[in-house]
Design a binder for this molecule. Structure first.
Ligand code: PLP
Length: 391
């Protein structure tokens, strides 16, 4: 049996999405900017897709939604543009991010810092969450941007974007949120809270890879990251990824249709699975369930290296993760576990199971049996487990 429980890394493309994309590879392959029928036959499908995307996040017509190549691009764009607009010009000198942002925010913040900008990295609390108050404590009249994610990719922890948005509004500081792990899992409605920029990525909600987006509120315009053409109103040059945009539109529509299923049924499956995992001795979950996206479990099995557990799971056909997908080739401990100050033994033992609407009960039952066997086997050969104090 093969079981895919790494849906925070990427998801299967929904067959309906694939079906809608297919004609745009070998039949309707025109460049939308050309002046012939090969081009014009892409216009209506692109318009429909954009409408679905706007509707998916409830973006008003007057605001912009720009299609990018991925969330990494969207996140880089916001931070780098703010740097060009405010920091480089000397109008402001400071940005605020959380210390557990995805590397596409974190590494960009570090780059901006290396260029002379002051960066505040907000700490997470013992539940792996951000306290909105910490934004208020750090915001100044020199702050050019606050960037705090909507849901964390490791724990699924939902951050208080509503309160953070309010604080940013009060100080008139632009607020960016990376909603990559939120779309399709919890409601994402740009009109329900104060947000100026919002990032998303199709492959996290059963769309194709290589296409993402950035919502930009009217009046919060950015400097383009890619110059060269008139695509996306000149905000993001490059020949449009027609199949990708059509796919993202359909995926967004499907994600909204499936939101109740995700929030009720997937959550119930996740909770049961988690209950069973927690029955295994010396297991530990950081973020409370009701403060998490419905599909995610980050769990530590004391005494077992995350990589060793992944190996056993993979041998049994099960895909999970130890950290962010981008960090899977090095053996660093889980960044969130480190940030909450978990001791080294726990920080290296975190495994992330992330479900999707395609996950079945049968798959979870099978995974549970494999995990139980792996825990037994690996603890028997673990040098740290027997000697762990305070057990
Ligand atoms: N932001 C978050 C929270 C993510 O989880 C990811 C992917 O893991 C990204 C950004 C990057 O997404 P993309 O693969 O579209 O660049």
């Amino acid at each position: 049996m093969r079981v895919y429980l790494d849906n925070n890394a990427t998801t299967i493309v929904d067959p309906h999405v694939f079906q809608e994309m297919e004609p745009f590879f070998v039949q309707k392959y025109g460049n939308p900017n050309s002046l012939h029928s090969f081009a014009s036959e892409t216009h209506q499908p692109l318009k429909d897709a954009m409408e679905r995307i706007y509707a998916g996040i409830n973006a008003p017509r007057e605001d912009s939604v720009v299609v990018t190549s991925c969330a990494t691009e969207s996140n880089n764009w916001v931070l780098k543009s703010i740097y060009f607009q405010y920091i480089l010009t000397g109008r402001k000198n400071h940005i605020i991010v959380s210390e557990v942002e995805h590397p596409s925010v974190m590494a960009t913040a570090k780059f901006i810092e290396s260029q002379g900008c002051r960066v505040t990295y907000l700490p997470i609390n013992h539940e792996g969450l951000i306290d909105a108050q910490s934004v208020r404590d750090n915001i100044t009249d020199k702050t050019a941007l606050v960037s705090v994610m909507m849901a964390n990719n490791e724990t699924g922890g939902i951050f208080p974007v509503q309160e953070i948005g309010e604080i940013c509004k009060e100080y008139n500081v632009p607020f960016h949120t990376d909603a990559v792990q939120a779309v399709g899992k919890i409601p994402v409605n740009v009109q329900s809270f104060n947000v100026d920029y919002l990032t998303f990525s199709a492959h996290k909600f059963h769309g194709p890879k290589g296409v993402g987006g950035l919502y930009i509120k009217k009046g919060r315009e950015l400097i383009p990251l890619l110059h060269g053409g008139s695509q996306m109103g000149g905000l993001r040059s490059g020949t449009l990824n027609v199949a990708g945009i059509v796919g993202m539109g359909k995926a967004m529509e499907q994600a909204i249709d499936a939101l109740d299923y995700e929030m009720i049924d997937v959550r119930a499956m996740r909770d049961n699975f988690e209950d069973e995992l927690l029955k295994i001795e010396d297991t530990f979950v950081v973020t409370p369930r009701d403060k998490r996206t419905p599909n995610t479990i980050l769990i530590s099995f004391r005494g077992i290296e995350g990589e060793a557990m992944l190996w056993d799971l993979n041998c049994a056909g099960i895909a999970a993760s130890t950290g962010s997908a981008c960090a899977s080739e090095d053996l660093e401990s889980n960044p969130v576990m480190e940030a909450i100050g978990a001791d080294a033994d726990l920080a290296h033992t975190a495994i992330r199971f992330s479900l999707s609407r395609y996950t079945t009960q049968e798959e979870l039952d099978y995974t549970l049996e494999v995990v139980k066997k792996a825990v037994k086997r690996l603890r028997e050969i673990s040098s740290s487990y027997a000697y762990t104090p305070n057990r």
